[in-house]
Design a binder for this molecule. Structure first.
Ligand SMILES: [Zn+2]
Length: 142
């Protein structure tokens, strides 16, 4: 989602709520093993998300499926309290990103971004990632 968001990096020092960065990184390494993602180069960044519609975002990711590089982006100001949920959710997005990017590309050949069929696609993707995250963690974030 490049068009409707702004990511402010370097918020590591501002994170006082929730899990410390070290703990989040440790969790990421554990999940990297469980999700069989040892062939990925992952890092974790603490950021602030600015969105036009004031939608509060817990996490996001940037991934290059060809190079197997990805950054997991976590909010400096977690409010839901389940950062492990957010972490695993974003890692699963990375895992399916090659498929996601391909499918989304086909859809965007016919439909506008963030409208109609593209919205339907995004909802279906989120539902799948949400279900898989709940399945793996045995819990939900709400
Ligand atoms: Zn998601």
């Amino acid at each position: 989602m490049e068009n409707d968001r702004e990511i402010i990096y370097g918020m590591e020092g501002k994170k006082v709520k929730g899990l410390p960065l070290d703990d989040l990184e440790k969790l990421m390494r554990e999940w990297q093993k469980k999700l069989l993602m040892d062939n990925w180069k992952l890092d974790l960044k603490i950021v602030d998300f600015k969105r036009k519609n004031n939608y509060r975002q817990s996490g996001d990711f940037i991934a290059d499926p060809d190079k197997k590089n990805a950054s997991i982006l976590m909010t400096w100001d977690p409010w839901r309290g389940d950062e492990e949920y957010t972490l695993v959710h974003e890692m699963l997005h990375v895992l399916v990103y090659d498929y996601d990017k391909y499918s989304e590309g086909l859809i965007l050949g016919h439909y506008k971004k963030f409208e109609g069929e593209h919205d339907v696609y995004m909802d279906k993707l989120e539902n799948l990632v949400h279900h898989l995250t709940r399945m793996l963690l045995g819990r939900s974030d709400r």
